[in-house]
Write a protein that binds this ligand. Structure first.
Ligand code: F6R
Length: 614
């Protein structure tokens, strides 16, 4: 997380930096800052909170940087040190000649800080980044060369970083480097851009070079020089980015989240094009590079992901096991990477990530690949670091998701799992053709059914209003919709800050039932099918403890009216596809509760869209 940008050229630098940071706001919004070469000195401007606060600061200093054409910028998601102005980037050395912005975490910063303090470094912040500013400055005193100083300093740093550095004694230069954090150079005519991600530069150029770990790039207006950790000159792989600049607009919706929820029917239709032609034709999934023979003999799959993507992975497990009879393990990436995992060349490892940059998942994938596993990546960003690690890549094509709370990317991931599971089932011959045909027919109908839900949201709005005053919320479900309960609860927590938890309903009686009383809403995801009656009994148990009962259901069962205080109805859907339908009202419920409470829906506190720190 955190976003960094840099620019050297002939245009007004501050406008470019601020626009770039605006495009990277999904990476953090705790504070923002820019450093600009203003004649004989470098000026640093910072502000706590969102980017608009920095813009207000800059307006007051406009005259100082009107002619400036070189600078760096940063948008912060706080790791070390509170989100204050002092902790905001850019950070400088003692005299302010050397200025840096950083994305990542310096793991040995305490040791480095102690050593640097002994040498006379004066620290002003609590950040890990400031040690890097002082460290490079000391190297510079010896080497009198910014590129060399950066290269030597990074040899002493443990952890992850993308760094952009400028120095007042080398006024026409930017130096950047990275390890385990994204960074790319945009190449223009007589100008270069640096950024954590494509949206920050795509307006200016489509030509770009992704930096690899430990490479150092030195930019002047005339040229770029790429070197390795030893200082050897490297060839430059400048590529044309497969992106068009998009004007990110809310299209009349109050928030990006609401717009993105409404995009879901079309997202599904787009995914199905070219893959699911008709109910009688096999699924086409050329993206899967495993041979049919390997797929047939596969006996183990591991799916690794975080957060919402982990919930999509849980549904993936359910359907792959159901359709293909292959055993699937699910794991949170952050747990996977710090234990002895049993993974080998016979295991298919699937990484799921909206951003394709999540540090934990990326590390887990690299770890599994090192053990010989085939890595299949399901991501919304085919240009991401994870996509570059993929042996097979399934892009989910949900389009840019701006709201921090994932909605359309989740549905797109789940649809991709349905296609993958059906594709494998067809190769393995593990599902009878009548079931496959009816699954395909049902899947084609899903967008229309979601549109039906979206066309009348009054009940959901009413439910949101009625329950928005609650402090806690419980979601229960069984079977294939247990992950839906987890994801519904996560959505509510993220954007309304209500303490919401999802449980497999059968687990209620093993502890959580103790929390139930007349103040506790319990939302039961009651979709017809194999566990309907079981879940009904679990709901009765909760009702008997006076909980405030809500049903989300596709059932017309009259006895629900006595059991539940509030019922949200959804269209008929088969049990196996029901997570795609059940999730939509839960996204909307979270949205309307947060909106009713006046929360910052698209940029909830403490979160960031792309989590590039472990
Ligand atoms: C929740 C949310 C997060 C992400 C998680 C993983 O709405 O968006 O829980 O799902 O941070 O991110 P990706 O999918 O980019 O790996």
């Amino acid at each position: 997380m955190c976003g960094i940008v840099g620019y050297i050229g002939n245009q007004s630098v501050v406008d470019i930096l601020i626009d770039g940071l605006h495009q990277l706001e999904y990476r953090g919004y705790d504070s923002a800052g820019v450093a600009v070469q203003c004649g004989e000195k470098i000026n640093v401007y910072k502000a706590e909170g969102k980017l608009e606060n920095l813009s207000s600061v800059l307006i007051q200093h406009k005259k100082e940087f009107t002619a400036a054409t070189l600078g760096i910028g940063h948008i912060r998601w706080a790791t070390h040190g509170a989100p204050t102005v002092l902790n905001a980037h850019p950070h400088t050395c003692n005299c302010g000649s050397l200025v840096i912005v950083h994305n990542g975490i310096i793991e040995n910063f305490k040791e480095l800080r102690a050593e640097l303090e002994k040498k006379g470094a004066k620290f002003r912040s609590q950040t890990d980044t400031e040690v890097v500013a002082h460290l490079i400055a000391y190297k510079y005193e010896e080497l009198k060369d910014l590129t060399k100083a950066v290269r030597e300093a990074t040899k002493e740093i443990d952890g992850a970083y993308a760094l952009c550095v400028m120095h007042n004694d080398e006024k026409d230069k930017l130096v950047a480097t990275k390890r385990n954090a994204p960074l790319l150079v945009g190449v223009g005519e007589g100008e270069f851009f640096l950024a954590s991600d494509v949206p920050a530069i795509i307006k200016h150029t489509k030509r770009a070079m992704y930096l690899n770990d430990n490479q150092v790039v030195t930019l002047t207006r005339e040229k770029m020089v790429l070197t390795d950790a030893e200082g050897n000159i490297l060839p430059q792989k400048v590529e044309t980015l497969p992106w068009e600049p998009v004007a990110l607009s809310k299209m009349g919706y109050k928030h990006f989240m609401l717009k993105e929820i409404h995009e879901q029917p079309d997202v599904i239709r787009n995914i199905l094009v070219g893959k699911l032609h008709s109910v009688d034709e096999p699924i086409v999934l050329n993206e899967v590079k495993l041979t049919k023979e390997t797929l047939k003999n596969l006996n183990r799959i591991q799916i690794i992901a975080c957060g919402t993507s982990l919930h999509a992975a849980m549904i993936g497990k359910y359907i792959i096991e159901n359709f293909c009879g292959i055993s699937v393990d699910i794991e949170a990436s952050s747990e996977y990477i710090y234990r002895k995992t049993v993974t080998d060349e016979k295991t298919l490892v699937i990484g799921v990530s909206q951003s394709g940059e999540t540090a934990d998942t990326l590390t887990a994938i690299k770890q599994a690949k090192a053990k010989g596993s085939h890595a299949l990546i399901i991501t919304n960003r085919p240009d991401s670091a994870m996509a570059r690690e993929a042996d097979s890549l399934i892009p989910v094509s949900a389009g840019i998701e701006v709201s921090v709370a994932a909605t359309k990317s989740y549905i797109a991931q789940v649809v991709s799992f349905y296609l993958l599971a059906m594709y494998m089932a067809e190769i393995k011959n593990s599902l009878d053709s009548a079931t496959l045909t009816s699954l395909k027919a049902d899947l084609i109908q899903i967008p229309q059914k979601i549109e039906q839900i979206l066309s009348d949201k009054n009940d959901i709005k009413e439910c949101a209003k009625k329950y928005s005053g609650t402090r806690d919320f419980i979601y229960i479900a069984r079977g294939i919709n247990y992950p839906t309960a987890l994801e519904g609860a996560l959505k509510l927590k993220e954007i309304s800050y209500i303490n919401a938890t999802g449980y497999p309903a059968g687990e209620l009686k093993h502890g959580p039932i103790a929390m139930l009383d007349e103040s506790m809403p319990v939302l039961s995801i009651l979709m017809t099918g194999s566990v309907y009656e079981k879940l009904l009994s679990n709901s009765e148990e909760a009702k008997a403890r006076n909980a405030r009962m809500i049903a989300l259901t596709n059932s017309k069962d009259a006895k629900l009216n006595d059991l539940f205080d509030f019922i949200i109805r959804v269209p008929e859907v088969s049990e196996l596809l029901s997570p795609l339908i059940a999730m939509i009202p839960l996204q909307l419920l979270a949205y309307y509760i947060a909106e009713y409470l006046g929360k910052d829906v698209d940029q909830p506190r403490n979160l960031a869209k792309s989590v590039t720190v472990e």
